[in-house]
Design a protein around this ligand. Structure first.
Ligand code: APR
Length: 309
């Protein structure tokens, strides 16, 4: 039997998740969106790419969740982008309502699925999905670190003119300006970054990584990144569906790890058939830990706004 993935939100990120899942022949896909016709149209278009791309998965679209029943994974990308005049908190509250509804429906129709949250502000939205679904913590995971570390890896590879495949990088913390790219644990084929670049270049790359999303928004003007975000979400889905047990930086609900309790924060995890199968609690320097705590505090602020709702 084929696997089944629900993708909530048939916008830029959602549709590209569907494309990548189909191209990799990972699962049948059901796209769900509130806009009438869009998920159906995109689903049919994607289905008709099958004979050319050589995949046999079924891709459909819907405005309700009944067709999503018994999905193995639900990727939640639905939400609004920030509009002029909107505060961070306004976006937070608007997207909370979207993620809440999506999670309720996903949990109703696919009570055994694993939820991958992509909607921003990421860590707070993952926390919302966790709270609403009442799933165990291994079954709700947020996509952020895979994207942030891919950006970090890209910039390192560009600077050194080496294959991106040889570059490994760890980014922890919340998905925002406070994220923590861990230079000490990043490198090229086992060679520490500090052996390959001077501090000024490293600092420049770290700053560019932190602002990676904003750099793209500035170019696109009307939206945010979607190729790399969808690739990141699908790498996570693939690791779960194939039980690959990849170790990836993801937003996970911490219960005391790193001294953080009751909060989604980006940390290295093992992703397999059970979802988050392990949270790696690595030893950090006091400086790194302080940055992680600062980042967690920024996530906590948003979560506190939601608590008042
Ligand atoms: N249920 C289902 N879909 C919804 C809902 C809802 N309640 N509300 C909005 N949507 C849909 C919109 O109709 C739109 O098609 O979510 C989609 C969002 O798509 P885009 O506007 O293209 O945004 P996208 O670039 O895909 O980003 C989605 O991912 O990376 C994050 O910050 C990004 O939070 C944003 C999310």
């Amino acid at each position: 039997m084929r696997n089944k993935v629900t993708v909530v939100g048939a916008g830029n990120v959602g549709a590209n998740c569907a494309v990548r899942i189909a191209d990799k022949e990972l699962a049948d896909v059901v796209l769900v969106d509130v806009v009438e016709g869009v998920p159906q149209g995109k689903g049919l278009d994607l289905l008709q790419s099958g004979p050319i791309q050589g995949y046999d998965v079924m891709v459909t679209g819907a405005n309700d969740y009944e067709p999503t029943a018994n999905s193995d994974i639900a990727i939640i990308t639905a939400g609004f982008p920030r509009k002029p005049g909107m505060s961070r908190d306004d976006l937070l509250l608007a997207n909370y309502d979207v993620v809440k509804t999506a999670t309720e429906q996903v949990a109703k129709y696919s009570p055994n699925c694993i939820i991958i949250v992509v909607t921003n502000p990421l860590d707070a939205m993952a926390q919302a999905a966790y709270g609403v679904s009442k799933f165990s913590r291994n079954r709700v995971v947020g996509m952020a670190g895979v994207l942030d570390s891919a950006r970090f890896r890209t910039f390192i590879a560009m600077e050194l003119k080496v294959s991106v495949e040889n570059v490994t990088a760890v980014v922890m913390g919340g998905h925002g300006d406070t994220m923590v790219p861990l230079v000490r644990l990043s490198g090229v084929s086992g060679i520490p970054l500090t052996e390959l670049m001077d501090q000024a270049t490293i600092d420049q790359i770290v700053t560019r990584t932190r602002n990676g999303g904003a750099e793209i928004v500035k170019y696109l003007k009307t939206g945010s990144a979607y190729y790399a975000p969808s690739a990141a979400a699908v790498e996570m889905a693939e690791s779960i569906l194939k039980d690959k047990k990849k170790v990836l930086p993801c937003a996970a609900y911490l219960e005391g790890e790193y001294g953080i309790n009751g909060l989604f924060v980006g940390v290295p995890v093992k992703l397999g058939a059970m979802g988050i199968e392990k949270i790696y609690e690595i030893s950090l320097t006091p400086e790194e830990l302080a940055l992680l705590k600062k980042s967690a505090a920024a996530v906590q602020e948003l979560v506190d706004v939601l608590k008042k709702k």
